[in-house]
Design a binder for this molecule. Sequence first.
Ligand SMILES: [Cu+2]
Length: 139
Amino acid sequence: MRALLLGCCLLIVACGSEPQPPLVATDVEITATMPGGKMSAGYLSLRNNSDEAISITRVTSPEFEAVEIHTSFIEDGISKMRRSGELIIAPGNAVTLQRGGMHLMLMRPTGTSNDISLSFYDEKMLLLTVHTSITPRNN
Ligand SMILES: [Cu+2]
């Protein structure tokens, strides 16, 4: 009986009862769409507190029809962007999505809500859901 109990405890530890959640988002900013526009950009930092690389392959939001992970780059002096595949965060590392670099492209708002939720998935499951508000455009 004792052996069985010990076995259960080990199993729980092995499954990762870590003090911190494996993936943490900070400094989340969602830009307002341009007047008449259909796109917002999302910036944030994602920290991987786990012992394994995290690969984000899909981001969704009920407030937008589509969310893509994009990379900005300069080509012939012009700032462009392309859709990038997965977003990989090494164990113990953080990745910052920011202006001029990787960002989230939030396309075609489904309504007029300023309250946004973003869900981050890997190949298998939901990793994290973040709730935030659109940052007002100051012009
Ligand atoms: Cu983009």
